[in-house]
Design a protein around this ligand. Structure first.
Ligand SMILES: Nc1nc(=O)c2c([nH]1)NC[C@@H]1CN(c3ccc(C(=O)N[C@@H](CCC(=O)O)C(=O)O)cc3)C=[N+]21
Length: 297
């Protein structure tokens, strides 16, 4: 079997297009643009790349982008004060504080300071709680993007066996909850799981979110499984390369001979994360303006 590639990049481009059209209609109705504030502390090169691409995508979708770049030695109090200003700013519908933060800052305290109704990352405990009990709120962008790719590909997920590898608050746990809400039978595997290969072998759906390059092997997969690879890992440079290749958590080449469909890295889940962030921001804008968010974005 040769797996079909799930083109997250193309799917995300279509989603951004729809969000952009809806954002233009929002501007007509509300008399202002939707706005996303992104806060970056320090100079981590990878974070700078992400922040730049988020800013570009936000402007391209007819929304305002407010970028706040702070020195690496910014105090927690100064960062909290900025978050408070953004909470109070009516032009700001969504707030994203880029993670990871420098070690001297308590990331949980910063996330807790964000108004839950501007928390377009869905990281605030209020939104985690809303997801856990089935109330409307913001769902973390990466798992939401994975769900869109899965339902687009498979339709109804009822009764399917899903294995999520990884239990982070940002991806693994919310991913498992979304799959459960879609009536899949969900297993969360992690570093202490005994016989991971046997657990993965049962799965119709495998979501890999461990952050270890090419860890999930083709031999572990059930033939015909649908594989969503959340990992983005940079390999050490090979001979003659300046930078190492980007690879996922799944050993893509061999796995694509066993799976029926698989997301590539890059071009899979990553672009979906940004597209869902824009969607969440537009939903926040409608709520903040007292308007109902359109269906189907
Ligand atoms: N508060 C917060 N929210 C986040 O959502 C958040 C964050 N902090 N910190 C960093 C991670 C990482 N992240 C990515 C988003 C898009 C791609 C993406 O579009 N990747 C492309 C290109 C990869 C490349 O070439 O570097 C791809 O996979 O095809 C990747 C990674 C969001 N994050």
């Amino acid at each position: 079997m040769v797996a079909e590639t799930i083109d997250g990049k193309a799917f995300a481009a279509r989603l951004r297009e729809r969000v952009g059209e809806a954002a233009a209609r929002f501007e007509e109705k509300a008399g202002r643009k939707a706005g996303l504030a992104v806060v970056l502390v320090g100079e981590d090169p990878a974070s700078q790349v992400y922040v730049r691409s988020k800013g570009k995508a936000t402007l391209a979708a007819s929304m305002n982008s407010f970028e706040h770049r702070l020195e690496a030695d910014t105090s927690q109090d100064d960062l909290l004060a900025l978050v408070e200003r953004l909470n109070a700013d009516d032009a700001v519908d969504g707030i994203l504080v880029q993670l990871p933060l420098p070690a001297h800052i308590d990331a949980q305290a910063v996330i807790a300071a964000i108004d839950p109704d501007k928390d377009v990352d869905g990281f605030h405990v209020t939104n985690a709680g809303r997801l856990a009990v089935g109330q409307a709120g913001f769902v973390p962008c990466t798992p939401m993007g994975c769900m869109m790719l899965l339902t687009d590909r498979l339709g109804d997920l009822s009764g399917l066996d899903a294995v999520v590898i990884g239990r982070s608050n940002i991806v693994g746990k919310p991913m498992a909850q979304l799959l459960l809400d879609a009536n899949a039978t969900v297993t969360i595997a992690h570093s202490r799981t005994r016989d991971l290969a046997a657990v993965v072998r049962r799965a119709d759906i495998v979501v890999a979110a461990v952050g270890r390059a090419e860890m999930v092997k083709a031999e572990w997969l059930k033939p015909g499984a649908t594989v969503i690879d959340v990992g983005i890992n940079r390999l050490p440079p090979a001979d003659g390369e300046e930078k190492g290749r980007l690879v996922g958590d799944v050993d893509y080449g061999p796995a694509s001979q066993v799976a029926s469909a698989i997301t590539p890295v890059p071009g899979g889940v990553g672009p979906m994360t940004i597209a869902v962030l824009l969607r969440n921001t537009l939903v926040a804008a409608h709520r903040n303006a007292g308007l109902t968010a359109p269906e189907g974005i």
